[in-house]
Design a protein around this ligand. Structure first.
Ligand SMILES: Nc1ncnc2c1ncn2[C@@H]1O[C@H](COP(=O)(O)OP(=O)(O)OP(=O)(O)O)[C@@H](O)[C@H]1O
Ligand SMILES: [Mg+2]
Length: 389
């Protein structure tokens, strides 16, 4: 490369003495060189942008245009002029203005959902800094895989601890439950005055309630570590949602929540495990109910729609919302902000959805509300038979 550079410098120095044919040969060489370099740059998986110190664009490849959602040719223009201040690209422009090296900064483009790694390096020539080189890598898949791996690792370490703890708790819990029933029987036989008897029965009820709560917690833990074996059958997911809401009706009415289910289609039949999907819906709606506890207006909206291959289920509430710093933690086992929560509700929902080859996202704004989006692939009985062949 260096020798080529020297060669062209020499040509320039002696340009007046070159014959017409020699000039033509040099231009052909230069044109080939330019085309090769362009070919390489345009086929890179990374977005590449070179800007000078005045922030004029010297070069930008197709991938960079794609990442920054730029549609027209902007070479030679100022980066600022071509990008609106509310776009994702604007953050990169601002970063590049700092004129410092930025390494491996990870940003999420909210519009496309892409997770991008940004590197901004000085663009130097013969010891002088002449601008910046911005490199953009799409690391969405890597990121999602690492999040998944993190969850798998967390669950794996959880498995051993939980299995033994649950075992230790479940057995004595069974005994306590039996003994409290025996105590109640004896109480009925004893001749004690009405007030004392009522008080003792009330204490027994409290102990039984606490036993139930502890049993629920242990069962949640056990659920989160057991392998999910799906029993796939064709069901109408709209009907499952309606039944789930009916199942929770008592709590919904008691807390004065308005709940609405909207679906463009009356029925959406698909292959799923009804027991697990219902459990997933219960966990999500229960979270919404909890988040609406102290709110004046209490609304839960559920929307279902489908395209050719997926069903999309949105569950929205206008409850407390989730703190920005907590959003990434809600799928972690044990993460809870509630006094009585196990922090396993969403962990279990995610396991159920992933077992159905679906995906799940949660977005939220504190004091505004929360939106859960579940995307499940529709596999009807006919399609399954075709693909099984
Ligand atoms: N709709 C929601 N609104 C506000 N916060 C939510 C919502 N859904 C989940 N969260 C937050 O995510 C955390 C984790 O939820 P998850 O369902 O896993 O556990 P939990 O609800 O705390 O416990 P459990 O499900 O055992 O009752 C909650 O503690 C809460 O902070
Ligand atoms: Mg929960």
């Amino acid at each position: 490369m260096k020798s080529k550079q020297q060669f062209y410098t020499k040509i320039l120095e002696n340009f007046d003495r070159l014959s017409h044919d020699e000039i033509k040969r040099v231009f052909t060489q230069l044109s080939n060189l330019y085309n090769t370099q362009l070919l390489v740059a345009e086929n890179l998986e990374e977005g590449v942008i070179a800007i000078n110190n005045e922030e004029q664009i010297l070069f930008l490849n197709k991938k960079a245009m794609f990442f920054l959602n730029i549609t027209q040719d902007i070479e030679g223009k100022n980066l600022d002029e071509c990008i609106s201040s509310d776009s994702f690209a604007y953050i990169i422009v601002e970063l590049s203005k700092s004129k410092t090296t930025i390494e491996n900064t990870i940003l999420q483009d909210k519009n496309s959902g892409r997770i991008l790694q940004i590197n901004i390096l000085p663009l130097g020539h013969e010891g002088r800094i002449e601008g910046s080189l911005i490199l953009i890598f799409d690391i969405t898949n890597l990121w999602l895989q690492s999040q998944k791996l993190k969850r798998v690792e967390q669950l794996a370490s959880l498995t051993t601890v939980v299995a033994s703890v649950a075992h230790e708790i479940k057995n004595p819990l069974g005994s306590i439950s039996i003994y409290i029933q025996l105590i109640e029987k004896i109480l009925n036989r004893l001749e004690i005055d009405k007030d004392n008897s009522e008080e003792l029965h009330q204490y027994c009820s409290i102990v039984k309630e606490e036993i139930n709560r502890l049993e629920d917690t242990v069962n949640s833990f056990l659920f989160s570590v057991r392998t999910i074996n799906l029993n796939l059958e064709e069901h109408d997911i709209c009907k499952i949602m309606t039944n789930t809401v009916t199942f929770l009706q008592h709590e919904i009415k008691e807390t004065n929540i308005k709940i609405e289910i909207n679906s463009k289609e009356e029925h959406i039949n698909m292959m799923l495990d009804i027991k697990y999907i219902k459990q997933a819906f219960i966990n999500i709606i229960q979270n919404s109910i909890d988040a609406l506890k102290d709110k004046k207006n209490k609304n839960i909206k559920i929307n279902l729609h489908k395209d050719n291959s997926n069903v999309f289920i949105y569950i929205l509430d206008d409850g407390d919302g989730i703190k920005k710093s907590n959003i990434s933690k809600v799928f972690e086992p044990y993460f809870t902000t509630k006094d009585n929560g196990t922090g396993l509700g969403l962990t279990n929902v995610m396991r159920i959805i992933e077992a159905h080859n679906g995906t799940m996202e949660i977005s939220s704004e504190q004091n505004i509300g929360t939106e859960v989006l579940i995307k499940l692939p529709i596999m009807s009985m006919d399609k399954r038979l075709v693909s099984v062949k």
